[in-house]
Design a protein around this ligand. Structure first.
Ligand code: SAM
Length: 211
């Protein structure tokens, strides 16, 4: 079949291939602008799904009391499930030299926690993971802290009971179903604390030896 000769228009080809100076400048910037927009969107994206518990931080007084109740040592690995701004694991690292891991589903909380850890100078001892606590792996924990809700604690119980025997679990305010705590204390909060509530009930469980 005879091939028809393609007529090229040098002007049009120039326009298509190289563009006008304005278009060239705009399209040259487009990938960078798209990348920047995607990055900004990712930065501002909210949680992958609705959190199971709203963000209410533990008061500074209660943070200290929770770590004392757990008798945290430098050899401990402290996990806070639903870590908020990371204050519990940051305090465990700063005050006791422990290693800490905070897990939160909300990327904004994770950003805050990382920044606070950096400012506290403990970023080499703590790690923050943007994860759903129900899908997270915390088997290496020797201390687990919780400030969640009764129904969430109850759902977590099988995972908590499967932790290494001797692991201490501390919960702010809420119990874990009918699992009998080893200790229960009431801590009086400082009226100057943000989110001051008056007093808090704290619970301690120790994972028993397997039968
Ligand atoms: C009451 S706040 C406690 C914050 C922190 N533990 C403290 O005591 O200061 C509960 C936290 O759990 C987080 N959260 C709720 N549902 C979650 C889930 N399924 N997985 C991980 N984090 C979750 C929330 O984003 C919030 O930061």
């Amino acid at each position: 079949m005879p091939c028809s000769k393609v007529q090229t228009n040098p002007d049009r080809d120039t326009l298509r291939n190289e563009g006008s100076p304005i278009m060239r400048r705009s399209f040259g910037l487009l990938p960078a602008a798209l990348l920047a927009a995607a990055f900004a969107l990712a930065q501002n994206a909210g949680p992958a799904r609705e959190p199971d518990v709203p963000y209410v931080p533990t008061t500074e007084t209660a943070v200290k009391a929770m770590l004392q109740l757990a008798k945290v040592r430098s050899s401990d690995v402290v996990y806070d499930l639903g870590c908020g701004d990371g204050r519990i694991v940051i305090a465990a690292a700063k005050d006791y030299g422990a290693r800490g891991v905070g897990i939160d589903i909300d990327p904004e909380r994770i950003r805050e926690a990382k920044e606070k850890a950096r400012r506290a100078g403990v970023e080499n001892r703590v790690e923050f993971r943007e994860q759903d606590l129900f899908r997270s792996d915390f088997h290496e924990a020797t201390v687990v802290t919780l400030f969640l809700l009764p129904a969430i604690n109850k759902r977590l119980r099988p995972q908590l009971e499967a932790l290494k025997p001797g692991t201490r679990i501390i919960s702010n305010t809420f119990e874990i179903g009918d699992w009998k705590p080893a200790r229960e204390v009431i801590v009086k909060e400082d009226a100057g604390d943000a989110y001051y509530f008056g007093s808090r009930r704290l619970f301690l469980w120790i994972v028993p030896k397997r039968k």
